[in-house]
Ligand binder design. Structure first.
Ligand code: SF4
Length: 75
């Protein structure tokens, strides 16, 4: 496994949880370093925050269960 991937957790892949037993990350389209993942997430959040309030609220409701804090990385 690629231990520098953001999905790597305790010897397993936390991104592809359903694919238990995955041992080789070769060719995985989801590979990103922790830093790349954090930057991508920040860009996505920044983009959502720039949307009009109606669209933003709809996205937060659909993908974050209406929890604005989840969007910002909180609990
Ligand atoms: S490269 Fe893919 S399979 Fe490997 S840890 Fe990352 S997300 Fe999981």
């Amino acid at each position: 496994m690629k231990s520098d991937c953001f999905g790597y957790k305790k010897g397993r892949c936390a991104v592809l949880e359903k694919k238990k037993g995955i041992e080789d990350c070769y060719g995985c389209p989801f590979y990103k370093t922790v830093e790349e993942n954090a930057l991508g997430r920040k860009k996505a959040v920044d983009r959502i925050l720039q949307l009009d309030s109606e669209t933003r609220d709809r996205i937060i409701l659909k993908y974050y269960g209406g929890n604005y804090k989840l969007l910002l990385g909180g609990n």
